[in-house]
Design a protein around this ligand. Sequence first.
Ligand SMILES: Cc1cc2nc3c(=O)[nH]c(=O)nc-3n(C[C@H](O)[C@H](O)[C@H](O)COP(=O)(O)O)c2cc1C
Length: 292
Amino acid sequence: MKNSINQEKCKKCKLCIEVCPVNIIGIDDKSGVHFIKERESICLKCGQCMAICSTEAIQVNGFSYNNDFFPLPENKVDYRNFIDFLANRRSVRNFKDKPVPDELIHQILEVVSFAPYGAEPEKVNITVVNNREKMELALPAIAEFLDNVVKWVENPIASFMIKRKKGAETFNTIKNHLYPISKLKNYKLEYGDRITRNAPAIIIFHAPKGAEEHTNNSLIYATYSMLAAHSLGLGATIIGIVPAAINKVKEVREVFQIPEENEAIISVIIGYPKYKYRKSIKRRGHNINWIK
Ligand SMILES: Cc1cc2nc3c(=O)[nH]c(=O)nc-3n(C[C@H](O)[C@H](O)[C@H](O)COP(=O)(O)O)c2cc1C
């Protein structure tokens, strides 16, 4: 089906023209409100034109009012309870020995369908491992990877290669963050699982290497998922170590069944929190520069 506007239903309010982010809808006497042929190919499929139309006159290819849209729910969240919700969350690294029902993970992932995205959101793949035994299979190889991080950083040639291949941001994260922690043997399995923290489940976000905006989209999806977990009474932590190991170690990639052509971006561990924090933390120190 093509993009179209039902002229009988259209009230010519022009709101669709106003909200379209890439200006592919126009109006003239002959065609009324219409999709501009030579611009249609840049449609972002954001659905905003259909969402704002009061008469359901618009049809965007791939969308239907019946399947993809529903009445706008009441917004019950104001600034105060939004802040309270955020302040109430902590990254949870201590979990009860209690499995998470699949149904709750479905609910967590439902939030991804409401998340903003940069180009090509569907290129982000999501792998759910709701199986502690499977996760444990990957731990020895991830721990070994973290041991190797120490060796690589201490080797000037390996360091140079990481910087060149992965860029300054990744290199500095490894050198200034991961290396000192690994050097102190923090991740050694003899101390327990400090990688996935005995969580019963992990969600991994990955995408074909080089796919448009996949890093940003994955981080937003992971953040939304972590917040959704919190809203369901679950605990979650965003974990960067697991995707780093997936991308470097074949065995880890195989355990999590991440396709060879994909790059893992970020992961989120999920479980029932073992402890309740008594205080919230308000972090300061971000450098905010107002230009007026
Ligand atoms: C991109 C990113 C990667 C992270 N990777 C890890 C990780 O590998 N292991 C871990 O324990 N926590 C990880 N975290 C969680 C942070 O360490 C955590 O947010 C921080 O300790 C602040 O705690 P809070 O979330 O309770 O405020 C990561 C967070 C982000 C945003």
